[in-house]
Design a binder for this molecule. Structure first.
Ligand code: CTP
Ligand code: ZN
Length: 156
């Protein structure tokens, strides 16, 4: 390992598991929350306010012996769209990809409209992922047609 590489590894390497890298500064704790990592028995390494060439500052989370399902990856993408998901097997990077938002988000997010049928009856939520004229991501409820921005997103 050359000395440059050594400088980059601010948080311990893991043998098996998942690394969530390039989390926007200030979003790391929210990612931990939505993935329920607080109650997780797995070994977790976590760094925030780390230097990044691309983002200025970034957060990183490493979870040993855990690989995320699509639903969890969608949650990460909603909170930290710039994140990279890296899978590690026997210390080697076996998969590395930017998280991506699906076209539709089902069940994981609440509708912020209290009158929406999904908040009154036992109906699972369903949203179309759209972007507004500024290119900001929005979720449009399939049932009440209200549109919410990032700031209104609340997970079940
Ligand atoms: N990593 C890890 N454990 C390993 C191997 C890698 O925790 N056994 C982490 C590294 O710390 C890094 C990420 O996984 O945060 C990606 O590893 P790698 O592709 O080797 O690093 P870089 O080339 O520095 O990645 P990038 O330039 O995309 O940040
Ligand atoms: Zn609704």
């Amino acid at each position: 390992m050359d000395s440059n590489k050594r400088k980059e590894l601010k948080v311990s390497a893991i043998r098996n598991g998942t690394v969530i890298d390039h989390i926007p500064s200030g979003k790391s704790f929210q990612v931990i929350k939505i993935l329920n990592l607080k109650t997780d028995k797995n070994q977790i390494y976590f760094g925030t306010g780390l230097d990044s060439k691309k983002f200025g500052k970034k957060g990183i989370i490493k979870i040993s012996d855990k690989y995320f399902a699509d639903e969890e990856i969608s949650k990460i993408a909603l909170v930290a769209p710039s994140a990279t998901l890296i899978e590690i097997t026997d210390y080697e990077v076996t998969k590395k990809e930017k998280v991506s938002l699906p076209d539709k988000v089902e069940k994981i997010v609440k509708c912020f409209n209290p009158k929406c049928v999904t908040n009154i009856q036992e109906v699972s939520t369903k949203f179309n992922v759209i972007s507004d004229h500024k290119g900001e991501m929005k979720l449009a409820c399939h049932y009440c047609e209200k549109t919410m921005g990032k700031e209104n997103i609340e997970f079940f």
